[in-house]
Ligand binder design. Structure first.
Ligand code: SF4
Ligand code: SF4
Length: 121
């Protein structure tokens, strides 16, 4: 057991992420306007079994929602894909995890997730 923990710890340090997590959920923009697709409905946060996502949004005078805060905790995500499946506006999707993307345990905000989302589009 100790040998396994040692091996996993070594891989986390080398790869920057837990070994069995292969993908990273990120956010996307509309190509035409470059606005973030996320409407702050919070469905992804509600469905996430690992409590890896938190969303705060407010309703503006025109009735549209404004995403005040979108946080994703890389240390909690178990790569289940439920958030991606549940999003009604295809705002969240996976990118393959790369060692230089993030550090394990890093909490990413909306801007950082949108920036990472560029790698896919
Ligand atoms: S992939 Fe699963 S664990 Fe990761 S953020 Fe989405 S719902 Fe949560
Ligand atoms: S990513 Fe999708 S499911 Fe999550 S809050 Fe934004 S619009 Fe809703």
């Amino acid at each position: 057991m100790q040998a396994l923990i040692k091996r996993l710890t070594k891989r986390i340090k080398k790869k920057g992420f837990i070994p069995f997590v292969k993908r990273l959920p990120v956010l996307h923009r509309y190509e035409s306007t470059q606005e973030g697709r996320c409407v702050g409905c919070g469905i992804c946060a509600d469905i996430c079994p690992a409590l890896a996502i938190s969303v705060e949004a407010s309703v503006q005078k025109d009735g549209l929602t404004n995403v005040e805060e979108f946080l994703f905790d890389t240390g909690r995500c178990v790569d289940c894909g439920l958030c991606v499946e549940a999003c009604p506006v295809s705002a969240i999707d996976f990118i393959p995890l790369q060692a230089d993307s993030v550090v394990y345990g890093q909490v990413l905000n909306q801007e950082e997730l949108l920036e990472l989302g560029k790698r896919k589009s």
